[in-house]
Each structure stands twice: as C-alpha cells, then as structure tokens.
Design a protein around this ligand. Sequence first.
Ligand code: SAH
Length: 383
Amino acid sequence: MNSCTPTIRNGSRPFSEDFARLAAQESLSRQDLVKILGAKKPEDIEAVRAEAERVLLANCGDGVFLRGLVEASSACACDCLYCGIRKSSRDVNRYTLSLDDILACARQCADYGYGSMVIQSGERADKKFIDLVAEAVTHIKAETRSEQQPDGLGITLCIGQQTYDTYKRLFDAGGHRYLLRIETTNPELFAKIHPSDQTFESRVECLGMLRDIGYQVGTGVMIGLPGQTLDDLAGDILFFGKYDIDMIGMGPFIPHPDTPLGDAPCPDVPERIRLALLMIAATRLKLRDVNIASTTALQALDPVGREKGLKFGANVIMPQMSPTDVRADYQLYPGKPCLDENAKECQSCLNMRIEFAGRKIGLYAWGDSKHAVKRRKRDDQPA
Ligand code: SAH
C-alpha cells in the first residue's frame, strides 16, 4: 500500500498506516517522538490518537479518576513570568481559604464519590500557611472515611517548592501524591520564563526529595511556550521517563495579558491545542502506565478540550471544587472555565462529558497510577 494514502479503519475516520506503525513501535526514540508531535494531517493525528487510546485501555483500563481541585490560596512569593497570580501582579485579590472552607470542599468531594482531592496554591512557604495545609490534610484523612472509601480521600498536594522537612511533614500528615511541574526541561527556556532566583536544578532537586520521602510524584510542562521546539517537548517526555514519574499534568500555555509573557509570540490557539493533545498521546505511548491529567487549560482553549484529552490517552480529570466566590481570584491564565458554576453543576456536567468520551468514572477510588503501584510492589520485594 502507498504509505501516503490515508486508509479508513473500522469505517470511521481516515487513518494513516505510516503513523500507526510509528506509534505502535516498542521503544520510541527522541526522533520518533518529534515526528509524532509534528503530525499535522488529520489521518496522521488520528493514527497516533487511536494507538494512544489503545495503549491507555490496555495498560490502565477505561476508568477516569477524579481529583477535586481546591485552590487554597492565591498569595504567591514567586514571580514566574507567565503566571497570572505572580507576586508582582497588583490586581490580584490575594485570599487564603480557612480550614473550614477546605474541609467543606473535601466533604463535598467525598459526597460526590471523587476518590481524591488536590490542594493547590501559589508558592507559600510561610509557617502559617504550611500549618494550615498540614492541619487540613490531617482532618481530611480523619473525616472523609466512609463505607465506600474506608481510607478516606486520597490527597495530592501542589503547593510548589518547599523544604525537605515541609514535604516530609505533609507526607506524614497523609498527603500521598505531590504535583510539581518542571514547566520545561530545556534549562535555557526555563531561565527565560522564570526570574533568576528560581532554577531548573532546584526544581529537579525537589522532585528527588519528594520521591525519597515516598510520595507518588507528578510533574509536567506547559506546551506552546514562546521559543519552545518539538525537540524540547520530546525531551520533556524523556525526562518524565528518566525520573520515573508517576503522574503527568500538562497543558497549553495561555498568555496572561498582565504578565511579562502576555504578548510574547507563541503558536496560535489551534496549534497549541494540537500540540497539547499530541503531547498527551506521545507521553502515553512512551510511558504507558502513568496517570495523565486532561487539564483545565485545555478546556480553556477548547470547550471540549478535556474530552479530547481523554480520547488522546489521559485518564485523570481535576474538577473545580474551590468556593465559587474565590475562583476569579485564582486565574493563572485568562479564560478559566467554570468560574461561576458551583461544584454540583460541575459534577453533573463532568459525568456527561466523561460518558460522552466513552469512558467510566472511577468513583470512590484513589486511582493511583499503575506505574506507582508496580514500583511499590517492586520496592516491597525482599532484597
Ligand atoms: N505554586 C504551585 C502551583 C502552580 S499553579 C507550583 O509552583 O507548583 C499550577 C500550574 O499552572 C503551573 O505549574 C503552571 O504550569 C500552570 N500555569 C501557570 N500559568 C500558566 C499560563 N499562563 N498558561 C498555562 N499554564 C499556566
């Protein structure tokens, strides 16, 4: 068959045998990943997508796990050049949720059957805030136990770079996953989008500490950053593999007008969506058994972006659970969806969206990545 001719599989969409063969390769090299990320024709993209979905279903099953997202504080000590809540942004209303607010969100997650929650915030290492998070984690573990979920909610933390002692304290309190995006693994690009006091190396060091302490470790990148190449993105995927990462959260870069990168040239919206979806697929093809989130940033650029993410190999969604009155004060980028929907409305909308993508909701389950489960078994083997 002429490899340039799209064929039709299962009587559905055009499908390129060339890209299907590439995507199905046992071990993808950096060049292979670049080629996959460069897929432009619909039949090439469809071949990659279909293989990524197949690999997902074979390795992780058809469950989509939910992590209710609580944005605990919009105060931030960092000045990342892309972020809407960076320290220098004067127009942001800086709030911190109370312990009761956070616990109310947790109870709502538990009531809805969301197996886990994520506590995210701007970068704060001050004692008052860390005490609050530690106390919240302890209470959540104790107060969300139920017949359906005897161990209570799973807790993922996403509160930036902290000291070893803080990470350890929060782990001992009951946080068992930590998400710290590396943002980009090209150190030169990293230096261009962060002030000089934030280094690539110290972020990598934090990922090492989190792993040593025993967290399931998540990281991720922004896609479509100014000056970012396909080779950079392929390098990001190899980095996830090298650092034995369990969970990936990545999404398109969305310029925020009040930041220094607000009008930096970056790929147009359809191109960033294409790249973000192909990054999910290529990561699935390379790493196979990790959890990959279909992120809100994808939905911000495309109303059905998160469903598309699921079809390209993602298996985690983070429904918005923050109290409605603070959502607008936590805008990392413009166009954040669900600003005025309450958690109940988010829940029914999500159920519909997941079923629409042909998948099942994994209720009352922590939904640890298969990768983490395998590593735990390996580590538990007697030497
Ligand atoms: N302070 C925490 C949480 C950061 S917010 C930490 O440092 O880990 C979570 C993620 O939002 C960031 O890691 C970044 O990847 C993403 N983000 C921030 N600004 C963005 C933008 N303008 N477009 C897309 N994603 C953005």
